[in-house]
Design a protein around this ligand. Structure first.
Ligand code: UD1
Length: 370
């Protein structure tokens, strides 16, 4: 295996919204070490409110390359990223390619780099839901098994990698880079006071995000979810920034979404504004991975509309619970979440704002984090 000790040039590949929060702290940590950092945006997400606003809010410089792949089927999108990334990677000759999370851009870039003989580092390695019907689970497994350096956010992730036979010297328990971004951004987010801007009282409203194919691509499931949110909104405002995928499904299916005055469907919200809303919410209902983690760190109660999660730690510390996309199950989970007294946010090991610094130490100094 190629070694990457003492790197001087790192190339990061990002493409979809949740990648941007993960690369931002790594970019800062590498800059602090004087490491050259090339950022390639695949263009998997391209709408300004799915991409550009995040670069702005996270103080990320514009990417060095944009591959502009856009939306397509999984095969076409993954293949297009590979075809367009290969010459960029070959020309840049980085010491290591870093990929983030579990989106199609992650696995595509990892495959290209490893076949060019460039070492691959996977940031957010080792998460497993055990649910192979989710494209992200396939992306995680493939990426982890071609990566040379695996940066795990939690102990359970380290254990998953061990159970799959990945040599322990490749695995670094660095913590959670998503939480690095949250820690950095929280003062600015709170100063925005997004609840006031949306005309809602702190701790009186629910924030919702739903975009997983299993929840939004089936007409009956999507209708049941919207009806459930409408029922819930009788108990307080429900703010629902709608992902473009979900918006398209609502429009395609001709669903009536004017179900309630207090269920507010909004355009996607920039990072700081979303963080400001989530930090002061009574409850979050989501199928996002990142929000499960953010609510845990903030001590905000969360209901995850999925039968499983690759982030079980969010459930074991008590801020998160799972519910299948059915009205009764969600209402029971919401009742349970609301019944929990507000408490001090839980402490999760190495979710401390220092994960990216640890990654830089692994890359530059060959430090180990077990
Ligand atoms: C992708 C990730 C998912 C992640 C999510 C975060 C994969 C397999 N899925 O899902 O893990 O949680 O991003 O948002 O990588 N679209 C736009 N504008 C955009 C981007 C997408 O309109 O800027 C629409 C297009 O109609 C597109 C659809 O959204 O077909 C889905 O986009 P895609 O990137 O394929 O998957 P996501 O559902 O966003």
């Amino acid at each position: 295996m190629t070694t990457h000790t003492g790197v001087t040039r790192v190339l990061s590949v990002v493409g979809a919204r949740p990648n941007f929060m993960k690369v931002a702290p790594v970019a800062r940590a590498l800059a602090a070490r004087g490491v050259e950092h090339i950022v390639v945006h695949t263009g998997q997400h391209y709408d300004p409110d799915m991409s550009g606003t995040f670069f702005r809010d996270l103080c990320l410089p514009l990417p060095d390359h944009n591959l502009e792949v856009g939306s397509a089927s999984h095969a076409r999108q993954t293949a297009e990223i590979m075809v367009r990334f290969e010459p960029v990677c070959a020309a840049a000759q980085p010491d290591i390619v870093l990929v983030y999370g579990d989106v199609n851009s992650t696995v595509a870039a990892a495959l290209v780099a490893v076949k060019l003989g460039v070492p691959v580092g996977h940031v957010e390695a080792g998460l497993r839901s055990g649910d192979r019907s989710m494209p992200e689970e396939i992306n995680r497994i493939v990426t982890d098994h071609v990566a040379d350096s695996l940066f795990a956010p939690s102990r359970d992730a380290v254990q998953n990698l061990r159970a799959e036979g990945i040599p322990s010297e490749r695995v670094h328990f660095v913590g959670n880079v998503m939480i690095d971004s949250l820690v950095t951004a929280l003062p600015a987010a709170r100063a925005l006071d997004a609840p006031a801007r949306h005309g809602v009282r702190k701790r009186s409203y629910t924030v919702v995000t739903l975009h997983r194919p299993a929840n939004v691509d089936n007409r009956d499931t999507l209708r049941e979810l919207l009806e459930t949110l409408a029922i819930m909104s009788n108990g307080g405002p429900v703010l629902f920034p709608v992902h473009p995928r979900t918006k398209a499904r609502i429009e395609e299916l001709g669903l009536d979404v004017s179900v309630s005055r207090t269920l507010r469907l909004l355009d996607p919200i920039p990072y700081l504004e979303m963080l400001s809303l989530v930090a002061e919410a009574e409850l979050v209902i989501t199928d996002s991975g990142g929000l499960q983690e953010e609510t845990t760190w903030l001590g905000v109660q969360c209901v995850t509309v999925r039968p499983n999660t690759e982030r079980p730690i969010t459930c074991t510390v008590g801020t998160n619970r799972l519910a299948p996309p059915r009205r009764e199950a969600i209402i029971v989970a919401v009742r349970e979440a609301r019944a929990r007294p507000a408490a001090v946010p839980p402490t999760v090991e190495r979710w401390d704002g220092d994960a990216a610094r640890r990654i830089a130490e692994v890359l530059c100094d060959e430090n180990r984090f077990d």
